[in-house]
Design a binder for this molecule. Sequence first.
Ligand code: FMN
Length: 183
Amino acid sequence: MNFDELVLARQSVRRYDNHEVESEKIIQCLEAARWSPSASNSQPWHFIVVDQEPLRTEVAKATFTEIQLINKFTLQAPVLIVIVQQKPKLITRLAMQVKKKEWPLIDIGIAAAHFCLKATELRLGTCMIGWFNENRIKEILKIPADKNIGLLISLGYVPKDYRLRKKTRRQLSAISSYNKYAD
Ligand SMILES: Cc1cc2nc3c(=O)[nH]c(=O)nc-3n(C[C@H](O)[C@H](O)[C@H](O)COP(=O)(O)O)c2cc1C
C-alpha cells in the first residue's frame, strides 16, 4: 500500500477474529510509534501491551458500562494497548508553562496514529479508544496514581467479512484556507 492507500484503508475496526497477533507484528507497530515526533523530542509515552488473561478482559471491561456499551467490542480484541502519559522533559514543561499549551497528549495522538497506520499496513485492525475508566485500568495494570492514561488502542485481525466503510469527512474547503482564517 502506498501512503494514500494506507490512509484510506485505516479505519476503526470494532470486530476482531480470534487469531492471536504475532509478537513481531506488535513490535513493528510499537516501533512505528517509537519513531513518531514529539515536542522537544520528549517522547512522553509508555505503551503497555495487554495480551494476557485475565488482564486483557479486565481492561476491556473498563472501557464500557451497562449504559455506555459502545466499547464492548474490546472484549473481542486479542490485544489492548494502553498508552500512559509520561512527564515530558524539563525544557518541554517550562515551554508548556510559558506558552500555556499541553503537548504530551498531542504527542501521544501522533504516536497512536503511527501505530494504527503500521497495523493497517500489516493487515491488522485497530481502534483508538478515548472512553475508559482510567482509575480502574490504573488499578488493573499497577500504573502509579500520579500518571494519566492518554489513550487505548485495540488491535487484532479483521474478520474476513469486515468491509471498508465509506469514510465521511468534511470537505477540504470547509477545513482549510490559504493565508487567512476562514470559517
Ligand atoms: C482520541 C480518539 C478517541 C476515540 N475514542 C473512541 C472510543 O472510545 N470508542 C470508539 O469506538 N471509537 C473511538 N474513536 C474512533 C473514532 O470514533 C473514529 O476514529 C472516527 O469516527 C472516524 O472513523 P474511522 O476511524 O473509522 O476513520 C476515537 C478516536 C480518537 C482519535
